[in-house]
Design a protein around this ligand. Structure first.
Ligand SMILES: Cc1cc2nc3c(=O)[nH]c(=O)nc-3n(C[C@H](O)[C@H](O)[C@H](O)COP(=O)(O)OP(=O)(O)OC[C@H]3O[C@@H](n4cnc5c(N)ncnc54)[C@H](O)[C@@H]3O)c2cc1C
Length: 504
């Protein structure tokens, strides 16, 4: 197989595998080459701390996978992937035992927002109702006009504002905290555009589809994709870091699930200087320091609702979180950082031995940081859950530098593979009619550095694969990726090839 694939894909993240699934469904023989010892990229699950404690190494909360048109057609449920739903989608504890709490219901959530309940309903209610249309547009090729222009115009009116402007006039710490916690996923100051748009989408997704974890761990998603590829006759090789396009077996199409920086180095002098210069100008954002915990029990949040939340945003009020994010943007390590927390055990008991729990956390840090933020992260948790430290059995820490060492796509620890500025959202990674196509014939970029956006939704990979199908193989129809066309063998666990080289 290695010698005669129709298409080679470098990288087995959700986008690389989405490309492989799409090409396999079109009847092509694909070879996926992954550098790490295991497949999955940012969608993996491992025993990072102690035996029996299964931690999501990167992605943990999956609103985008649920909303993704790609995964809907692929039909994760039919392939045995089950989303485990917490009762509270996300929460944000405040000092004094209060908390901002977001559940599936807009009405129920708004009712907790006191004086801001009407403003909350007005901002998040319509996009939550029209989430399918909004996702179809946001997760579509940008050059295509939206199928529902009125819905998009109404969303876009607010989406192009910074989060700080959207909450101007909001009075309750709870409503303001909801916006800050969601908007800060952008990894930018909350005064920047488009933090408001990112906040609106993430809150509305909580109402429209929820923020579930995957039962058994995020790896179930990428394992299901790998199984479909192998079942269709494709092959996946792990433990092979590709250093140059020249070392790849001959194939009509090559799809690269890599960063723009890696594309420059893989292609060498085969890239025209203008395109290479444009790729070099691509801007990477802040990094993350991730800390996973094995706990002897559930986190003792002071606020009862926080004990039922899948995801929590720690940092306190809008102003406190905005200050933390501004510090990161200024190259500093905040003493009181914005901390993202996922407690999978509230919805999925399979992650740890009986009575025990895993806890997933990270905070933002300046790009390229090698600072271990464990103390600051634990202090933020302890602030809202006194006694937390007594539960810690073990920790696993990855600084921003470590993130890049494990996966070269995360340049400087930037898990979004590029700042999400307006410019880099519209022209990602460079301004081209087809952002997936590179100037090298048959070579495509398919990572989250291409449109539509970072996250586990598979659309970057699928859209790159559709471009390759059209250009190289003359196939214009979108292949059927459903289990009917791409069967699977759920009884057969996915076993990748043996690892040979674990360092990128
Ligand atoms: C800590 C963290 C938390 C996150 N949380 C969430 C979340 O909760 N929800 C969400 O939706 N998203 C989350 N994300 C983002 C999400 O994981 C990514 O957006 C997504 O995985 C991008 O998919 P991808 O296929 O483009 O790239 P990746 O998943 O990064 O995969 C790229 C793959 O290519 C391989 N590779 C790169 N270069 C080479 C080479 N030269 N040779 C061989 N192999 C190579 C890498 O090893 C990797 O396996 C998170 C990411 C991180 C790191």
């Amino acid at each position: 197989m290695r010698g005669n694939p129709d298409a080679v894909i470098v990288g087995s993240g959700p986008n690389g595998l989405a490309a492989a699934v799409t090409l396999s469904a079109a009847g092509l023989k694909v070879l996926v080459i992954e550098g790490a010892p295991t497949i999955g990229g940012g969608c993996r699950t491992e025993e990072l701390t102690l035996p029996g404690f299964r931690h999501d190494v990167c992605s943990a909360a999956h609103p985008l996978a649920l909303a993704s048109p790609f995964f809907r057609r692929f039909d994760l449920a039919a392939r045995g992937v089950r989303f485990a739903r917490p009762e509270v989608e996300f929460a944000q504890p405040l000092d004094g035992g209060r908390a901002a709490v977001v559940t599936r219901s807009v009405e129920e959530t708004a009712a907790r927002m006191g004086a801001d309940r009407r403003a909350y309903r007005r901002l998040f209610g319509p996009p939550a109702v029209h989430m399918d249309e909004i996702c179809a547009a946001l997760l579509a090729p940008l050059r295509r006009p939206p199928a529902h222009p009125l819905v998009m115009a109404s969303y876009g009116r607010h989406a192009l504002l910074p989060a700080s402007t959207l909450v101007r006039g909001w009075r309750t710490p709870e409503a303001r905290a909801v916006m800050a916690g969601a908007a800060a996923h952008a990894m930018m100051p909350l005064t920047a555009v488009p933090t408001g748009g990112i906040g609106i989408v993430l809150v509305s997704l909580a109402h429209a589809v929820g923020w579930p974890v995957v039962a058994g761990g995020s790896a179930r998603i990428t394992d299901a994709m790998a199984e479909a590829v192998i079942e269709a006759g494709g092959a996946i090789e792990t433990g092979h870091w590709v250093r140059s396009l020249a070392e790849l077996p001959p194939a009509q199409a090559t799809l690269l699930d890599v960063s723009p920086r890696a594309l420059i180095s893989l292609a060498g002098d085969r890239l025209p200087s203008r395109y290479r210069a444009a790729l070099s100008r691509y801007r990477y954002g802040a990094g993350v320091c991730k800390v996973d915990f094995a706990l002897s029990g559930p986190v003792p949040w002071t606020n009862e609702d926080c004990r039922r939340a899948g995801t929590l945003h720690l940092g306190g009020t809008f102003e406190q979180m905005a200050a933390a994010e501004a510090e990161v943007a200024a190259g500093k390590h905040p003493e009181h950082p914005y901390v993202l927390v996922v407690q999978p055990g509230v919805a999925d008991l399979s992650r740890a031995p009986a009575g025990r729990h895993t806890l997933w956390t990270y905070c933002h840090v300046p790009a390229g940081s090698d600072v271990d933020m464990t103390a600051a992260i634990e202090a933020q948790i302890e602030r809202f859950a006194p006694g937390f430290r007594d539960l810690i059995l073990a920790r696993s820490v990855r600084t921003a530098v470590d993130e890049e060492a494990h996966n070269p796509n995360y340049v400087g620890g930037d898990i979004a593979v590029g700042m999400q500025t307006v410019r880099q959202t519209i022209a990602r990674p460079v301004a081209r009619w087809n952002p997936y196509r590179t100037p090298i014939r048959g070579v495509y970029l398919c990572s989250s550095a291409t449109p539509p956006l970072p996250g586990v939704h598979g659309r970057c990979g699928e859209l790159a694969a559709l471009s390759a199908l059209h250009d190289v193989f003359g196939i214009r129809e979108t292949p059927d990726i459903s289990p009917a066309r791409l069967p699977f063998a759920p009884a057969k666990p996915f076993i990748p090839n043996a690892a040979t080289d674990a360092s990128p």
